[in-house]
Design a binder for this molecule. Structure first.
Ligand SMILES: Cc1ncc(COP(=O)(O)O)c(C=O)c1O
Length: 457
């Protein structure tokens, strides 16, 4: 198949200058009626989605490499997910597991336990979002340990409700004018700057280890008594913070520190979980067993569902301690059961394979593109960091934003993350040809943005 044929068959179809007239009207209504706190990068007004494609209100078709922020893991409107939702909606939409029993939530719990990243038995709490899964983990960690303090990382994103926001350490705007937040959170360095090291893998490893050891060797010996720390919250791959992969030795050292001091290790897998990295959970790549796992985004292909999975002995609170009216509603659970089947049987292996091919091609851009400072990721969770200068690694945020806009004009939806990175998190059922076409478009957008910035190689 020629490149032209491949683009014709698998590529986007833009039928009018963007935004089209219907999209313009929708954006105007949104500006009038909707909270201005949302951060839109470009005027995409979605009407329908199928697989990796999204069609907008004017009939333009896009390749979706954002997947509703890493949510539609099985693609838009996967027929088996749609079927499960329709059947369940006709049977029972809501009962509230807070007050009544419901076998759907135990079905999903059994299924999750079969793929859990830590030994069982496990217990589960259901909410509606990532933030709710994190809130649960925070409350549970305090409740179970009787300790007040928690540790989180700079660059971390754990959500926007007050508890989750207190753990978040990503962007000042997320916290500006919302203080006082939940007290007792100490943020420490995530091994991110190691990417700027010039000493190669050994120096990188030493830096990563240093980030973990700082907790025990500095914090615990100065301001934070370890016996008052309930939990360490960590994203095995930072999401909003820039798609930064935590090195294996860093995660293992966190586990060791937790073990030495009776602290719980909480893996926030809201973005990195559910097969996105080619394994069920990103922390599995490091061979580390957490005590609590926060799950949301990819678990139900777009239906709202948050899950807090814990070792059974940790989830020891009593009736009335915590609950959520809608959490684990039967329709979301039906979508999750179908989603897990699809991930298991086809999507996860595909994510590892197609993601590997993408990473290989993208890694070459660090040599062929003046502004690509780093490419990193696992499976279909890939970050491309743009810099003004590869030695100083000065962020090129405006150029990153420009690449997003140029890609959109060409029919490719991508999102930014961190200060200066692009994130690629397409549905896990992505075909090799779709990946090739998307990277062709992204490279065209990148080349143009680099030229505009005067940095072409
Ligand atoms: C790692 C992580 N944790 C928590 C959240 C919060 O999830 P939600 O937006 O569903 O509340 C997010 C959302 O992006 C996330 O990426």
């Amino acid at each position: 198949m020629t490149k032209q044929e491949m683009h014709a068959q698998y590529g986007p179809k833009i039928v009018c200058p963007l935004p089209g007239s219907k999209a313009k009207a929708a954006v105007a209504a949104d500006e009038r009626l909707i909270s201005p706190s949302y951060t839109r990068s470009y005027p995409l007004v979605a009407k329908r989605g199928r697989g990796v494609r999204v069609e907008d209100v004017d009939g333009n078709q896009f390749l979706d490499f954002a997947a509703g922020i890493a949510v539609v893991s099985t693609g838009h409107c996967h027929p088996r997910v749609v079927d499960a939702i329709q059947k369940q909606a006709a049977e029972l939409i809501h009962i509230s597991s807070t007050d009544f029993y419901d076998e759907h939530i135990t079905d999903l719990a059994e299924k999750l336990s079969a793929v859990a990243p830590m030994r069982g038995p496990h217990k589960y709490f259901y909410g509606n979002s990532g933030a709710e899964a994190v809130e649960c983990a925070l409350k549970l960690a305090r409740y179970h340990t009787g300790r007040q303090h928690v540790i989180a990382f700079l660059g971390a994103f754990h959500g926007r409700t007050m508890g989750a926001l207190s753990l978040t350490g990503s962007k000042p705007q997320q916290k500006r004018r919302f203080a006082p937040l939940v007290p007792g959170v100490t943020h420490v360095r995530y091994p991110y700057a190691y990417r700027g090291c010039t000493g190669g893998p050994q120096e990188e490893e030493a830096f990563a280890l240093g980030c973990a050891r700082y907790i025990e060797e500095k914090l615990f010996k100065t301001v934070l008594p370890p016996e008052e720390v309930a939990a360490i919250f960590v994203e095995p791959i930072q999401g909003e913070g820039g798609y930064v992969v935590a090195p294996t030795n860093f995660l293992r050292e966190l586990r060791a520190i937790c073990d030495r001091h009776g602290i719980l290790l909480v893996a926030d897998e809201v973005q990195s979980g559910c097969g996105r990295t080619g394994k069920w959970w990103a922390i599995e790549h490091a061979g580390v067993e957490p005590d609590i796992v926060c799950i949301a985004k990819g678990i139900a292909s777009g239906m709202p569902l948050g899950v807090c999975m814990a070792k059974a002995e940790i989830m020891d609170w009593v009736p009335g301690s915590h609950a959520s009216t809608f959490g684990g509603n039967p329709v979301s659970i039906a979508a999750a059961l179908a989603t897990m089947d699809i991930i298991e049987t086809e999507a996860m292996e595909n994510a590892a394979r197609v993601g590997g091919l993408m990473l290989e091609r993208l890694s070459g851009w660090t040599k062929t593109h003046a502004m690509v400072g780093d490419v990193r990721g696992r499976g279909l969770m890939i970050g491309v960091e743009l810099v003004k200068d590869k030695t100083t690694r000065e962020p090129a945020t405006a150029v990153r934003n420009r690449v997003e806009a140029l890609a959109f004009e060409r029919g490719l939806m991508v999102l930014g993350c961190g200060e200066t990175s692009l994130r690629l998190c397409p549905p896990l059922i992505l075909k090799e040809e779709e990946a090739t076409v998307a990277l062709d478009i992204l490279e065209e957008a990148l080349t143009l943005a680099e030229k505009e910035a005067g940095s072409a190689v």
